[in-house]
Design a protein around this ligand. Structure first.
Ligand code: HEM
Length: 340
């Protein structure tokens, strides 16, 4: 099917040729417009249909290979897209290396991200087929979808057309990523600020149906909740006892499964856990403190075949629109860890 190009795509193509072109007035006007684009304008499903038709097949093939031997990498690769989007928008800034360790990936919440080498592997394969065409930000978005689908989770159409940013700042990751002790007010406002709804918050939190956490992310709930050596009363006491077997006081390094027993499979268990007061983080437990999020949690505890999978895809697409660079903004990085 032939798809006619949008003005943003034409500009995207133009961006690749920008060195060869002299800047005329229309380009300048366009530049001013393009730098203003945010939250999804300029993205579309199949953006690379003409310029790199095999890109999605290459990503999927690589991810299927990786996940078949290392299924635990699915979780951090899904989380990577979230951490990219919440800091400066979905523009690949989380991937950039800093020689002085001052980039986003050097910030504490990102030290537990894994799988950067998988993004590099995908990028290398894509570059071989279509040099200089596909952004690292789009690769992160496609990988997040493909890892989810590879572990029995939902599949959704990923909008593409993002371009890569050139700036990555440690402190911005610290201030923009929501901490595990965030309460419902902080969570709701953090999502709202990025154009995401209360429903998106509860749906996307369902990502915690896979993966692991370090004890350091919730140890305060087990040992010193209010500074008096107490436990978090909103956490199931039986669960506390079980978590204490792995997480000793002050333990930074041990890890636990977020959804014990099925942490490598994307399912609806997360809502059952939260409902039973077994959500690992205060931010998980906080979903019972708002009527809308609580209703969603409860519904997905009791009903089979619910809308969670479909909802997750919808919310991931919305998340993938946050603060994107399109048109002539940013660049198409040659290597995902460094600016051109
Ligand atoms: C709502 C606010 C959120 C907070 C406060 C939060 C916080 C955290 C924390 C503290 C960890 C554990 C890190 C560690 O100790 O190793 C974690 C892990 C994880 N998060 Fe979230 N998260 C949030 C939302 C999300 C969203 C929206 C997604 C994806 C859609 C997501 C996906 C994951 C995954 C898959 C893991 C497991 C990573 C692994 O196995 O390495 N989280 N999150």
């Amino acid at each position: 099917m032939h798809v006619s190009k949008t003005s943003d795509e034409l500009a995207h193509d133009r961006g690749m040729l920008s060195a060869e072109r002299s800047t005329d007035l229309s380009t300048l006007i366009f530049l001013a417009f393009a730098s203003d684009l945010a939250n999804g304008q300029g993205l579309k499903v199949g953006f690379y249909e003409q310029t790199c038709p095999n890109v999605e097949a290459i990503v999927k093939k690589t991810i299927d290979q990786v996940i078949s031997v290392a299924p635990t990498l699915a979780a951090p690769l899904l989380r990577m897209h979230f951490h990219d989007c919440f800091v400066r928008g979905c523009e690949g800034s989380v991937l950039l290396n800093s020689p002085t360790k001052q980039a986003e990936k050097d910030a504490i919440p990102n030290l537990s991200l894994r799988g950067f080498q998988i993004i590099d592997k995908v990028k290398t394969r894509v570059e071989k087929e279509c040099p200089g065409v596909v952004s690292c930000a789009d690769i992160v978005a496609l990988v997040a979808r493909d890892v989810t689908a590879a572990i029995k989770g939902p599949y959704w159409e990923v909008e593409t057309g993002r371009r890569d940013g050139t700036v990555s700042i440690l402190i911005e990751a610290l201030t923009n990523l929501l901490p595990p002790f965030a309460n419902i007010t902080t969570l709701k406002s953090g999502f709202k600020r990025r154009g995401l709804s209360v429903k998106d918050l509860v749906v996307l939190s369902g990502g915690h149906t896979i993966g692991i956490s370090h004890c350091s992310s919730f140890n305060n709930r087990l040992y010193n909740f209010t500074g008096k050596g107490d436990t978090d009363p909103t956490l199931d006491p039986n669960y506390i006892a079980r978590l204490k077997m792995t997480c000793k006081p002050g333990d930074q390094n041990s890890i636990v499964e977020m959804d014990p027993g099925s942490f490598k499979t994307f399912d609806e268990d997360y809502f059952k856990l939260v409902s039973k007061r077994r959500g690992l983080f205060q931010s998980d437990a906080a979903l019972l403190d708002d009527s809308e999020t609580k209703t969603y949690v409860k519904l997905h505890t009791t009903t089979h075949g619910t809308t969670f999978f479909k909802d997750f895809g919808v919310s991931m697409v919305k998340m993938g629109r946050i603060g994107v660079l399109t048109g002539m903004a940013g660049e198409i990085r040659k290597v995902c860890t460094k600016v051109n």
